[in-house]
Design a protein around this ligand. Structure first.
Ligand SMILES: *[C@@H]1O[C@H](CO)[C@@H](O)[C@H](O)[C@H]1NC(C)=O
Ligand SMILES: *[C@@H]1O[C@H](CO)[C@@H](O)[C@H](O)[C@H]1NC(C)=O
Ligand SMILES: *[C@@H]1O[C@H](CO)[C@@H](O)[C@H](O)[C@H]1NC(C)=O
Ligand SMILES: *[C@@H]1O[C@H](CO)[C@@H](O)[C@H](O)[C@H]1NC(C)=O
Ligand SMILES: *[C@@H]1O[C@H](CO)[C@@H](O)[C@H](O)[C@H]1NC(C)=O
Ligand SMILES: *[C@@H]1O[C@H](CO)[C@@H](O)[C@H](O)[C@H]1NC(C)=O
Length: 546
């Protein structure tokens, strides 16, 4: 009796651990995967936390105690922070010697000083670099991994083509000073086990860009960081605001060390102007999703991890360009099972572009840093926080999940007799997408079938007819289409109650006003094993009592 009560509890804990295994740091790379000391995949699910603006202090410390913010990050399911820093904070003596209070006074932010004194009294009279170290310590104490990102040279909002911080040789970008700064920071955090990586420079850009200097200085920067801190991942960014790494397909970097190199890329809707809002989403997703793979996604196949180190959207949900982008990008990110960092944690800034207390509409936290800006966005992104695949995640043979990017949910079945639904991807069914294009419940002859336009998709056992075959279609390749017995084509869809139905395929023309996201699904590979454990949870007490 006692045993049967106890065992499910033990299994439940195992179930939890299988999603977030405790990490054995430091990290290294194994082909395209980032792995821990035990060779198990660690998926970076980070947020950027800005600490590179004029005052050079991590944002939000006027609103909440540091430890409260660190704990909030954990409670929202993120395991890592990309903490930015400006080069001059460590290379310019008159800046490096400032205390937090002096830095805020210099910027006319007296109200913030009072608020920091209330929320973080121990930080206010620290030198800036010690305050930066305190932020890293707090994150470490809460088991949050940290990636140190050299975001800019001259402290301030980043980035423009003409801000003189863009490329080696720009007014504020002396390569030797940069190498000095990288070495200082890498040395400072040698031995800080939760500092798992350093990004050498954010968003290279501007008229001075050229490949010769990219190879020359990125290789030097990588060697400098590795020499000072051999434990951390060295993360290299691309050209044109970190949207371009395609040149690596012809020529790789030459480094003296291995298993520590990661590349990073940024992807925003606005990287392509208003393309998403002004085009047909199927076509734009097909073409810009393809660009993403050409510009850097191919590195995964070459055996390098690719860190999507910035992406984000206006979380109020009112920006059509952003919304359409996110639906597509979620499909790509799930399909490639990318490591990523959301822009951004901060709900507001002390001072940004001359505006005090500026709101960050891309921030996961609200303006006051009290809670999530948009809890539905948070729920949606949680689908991407745990790994689908990779070394150590492979506790079961590979299966498929049917992922619905616009909700972050997956196709699930409550029982054989109830309609299929959207539900949590954690513990979702195991499907097999067969060479015959049927979608079978794994290990069974039971397959998904279209039953008519506007009707629930059903499960059946005669799977050789056209209504049991599912073909990715449209330019996005995210529609899953099937042909009814009478010859008409339908697409997998979702009704108002989150039930899986089939209906007429949407937005296949060049219509720009049409949004197909509800019909976008992605069949992704997974080796997570929550379902097996969930089943054993249900069956174990029965077994024991017999
Ligand atoms: C250091 O920073 C101060 C304040 O921004 C600036 O006036 C000075 O020119 C900088 N010094 C160097 C050597 O860049
Ligand atoms: C960095 O720390 C390691 C121990 O983790 C030590 O062996 C090494 O000498 C340190 N490197 C530098 C440059 O301080
Ligand atoms: C959250 O995002 C959803 C979807 O984009 C949107 O409909 C909703 O209005 C947003 N809520 C808030 C509070 O901004
Ligand atoms: C096939 O049946 C569906 C109803 O499920 C109907 O909407 C459609 O018009 C029919 N197509 C043809 C070609 O008869
Ligand atoms: C499907 O399989 C059944 C039984 O094997 C067979 O009788 C039927 O002709 C097949 N139908 C098609 C469309 O191939
Ligand atoms: C959704 O569920 C409600 C309540 O269960 C039901 O009344 C309604 O008909 C359902 N709508 C659809 C489209 O199935």
């Amino acid at each position: 009796m006692r045993l049967s009560l106890l065992l499910p509890f033990v299994l439940l804990s195992l179930n939890f651990l299988s999603l977030w295994p405790s990490m054995a740091l430091p990290l290294s790379t194994n082909s395209r995967w980032i792995v821990d000391e035990n060779g198990r995949r660690v998926k970076l699910a980070c947020m950027s936390w800005a600490s590179h603006l004029e005052v050079m202090l991590a944002e939000g410390l006027n609103r909440k105690p540091l430890d409260t913010i660190s704990k909030k990050i954990v409670s929202m399911g993120f395991n890592c922070v990309r903490l930015t820093w400006p080069l001059f904070m460590v290379t310019n003596d008159s800046l490096a010697s400032l205390t937090v209070r002096q830095s805020f006074l210099n910027n006319g932010l007296t109200e913030s000083i009072a608020a920091i004194q209330v929320n973080n009294p121990s930080l206010i009279d620290l030198p800036l670099i010690q305050a930066y170290q305190a932020v890293v310590s707090s994150l470490s104490n809460n088991n949050v991994m940290v990636i140190l990102d050299n975001h800019i040279s001259k402290p301030g909002w980043c980035c423009s083509n003409s801000d003189n911080n863009g490329f080696f040789g720009d007014k504020y970008f002396d390569p030797n000073l940069w190498l000095t700064g990288l070495t200082r920071i890498a040395t400072m955090f040698n031995g800080s086990s939760y500092v798992v990586g350093m990004s050498l420079r954010n968003e290279l850009r501007g008229p001075k860009q050229n490949l010769n200097d990219w190879y020359k200085y990125m290789q030097k920067g990588a060697e400098a960081v590795h020499a000072a801190n051999p434990n951390i991942l060295v993360i290299l960014s691309g050209l044109n605001f970190d949207t371009e790494l395609s040149f690596l397909s012809n020529k790789q970097v030459q480094l003296t060390f291995t298993e520590k190199l990661v590349f990073e890329l940024h992807w925003y809707a606005f990287s392509d102007g208003q393309a998403w809002a002004e085009g047909n989403p199927n076509q734009v997703c097909g073409s810009l999703g393809g660009n993403f793979k050409r510009r850097g996604g191919f590195l995964l196949e070459q055996g390098f991890p690719l860190f999507l180190s910035e992406f984000g959207v206006d979380e109020r949900g009112t920006n059509v360009n952003d919304n359409r982008f996110l639906n597509c990008m979620f499909g790509v990110a799930a399909d490639l099972d990318l490591d990523w960092s959301l822009w951004a944690l901060q709900g507001s800034y002390y001072l940004r572009e001359g505006v005090k207390g500026m709101d960050e509409t891309y921030g996961i936290l609200g303006w006051d840093w009290c809670g999530p800006r948009n809890s539905s966005f948070l729920e949606r992104i949680s689908a991407l926080q745990s790994p689908f695949q990779g070394p150590g995640v492979s506790e079961v043979a590979q299966y498929n999940m049917v992922f619905h990017p616009s909700t972050g949910l997956c196709m699930v079945r409550k029982s054989l007799f109830e309609p299929l639904q959207l539900g949590s991807c954690v513990g979702s069914d195991h499907w097999t997408y067969t060479p015959q294009k049927t979608l079978n419940l794994k290990g069974t002859f039971i397959c998904l079938q279209a039953d008519g336009s506007g009707k629930a998709a059903k499960l059946g056992i005669i799977c050789n007819d056209s209504s049991s075959k599912w073909e990715p279609m449209s330019d996005s390749k995210m529609h899953l289409s099937s042909t009814l017995a009478n010859g008409s084509t339908v697409c997998l869809d979702v009704d108002m109650n989150n039930s899986i139905i089939t209906g007429p395929c949407k937005c296949l023309s060049r219509d720009q006003s049409c949004d197909p996201a509800n019909q976008w699904f992605k069949i992704i590979n997974s080796t997570r094993d929550e379902v097996t454990r969930e089943l054993s949870l249900k069956t174990f007490p029965l077994v024991l009592s017999t």
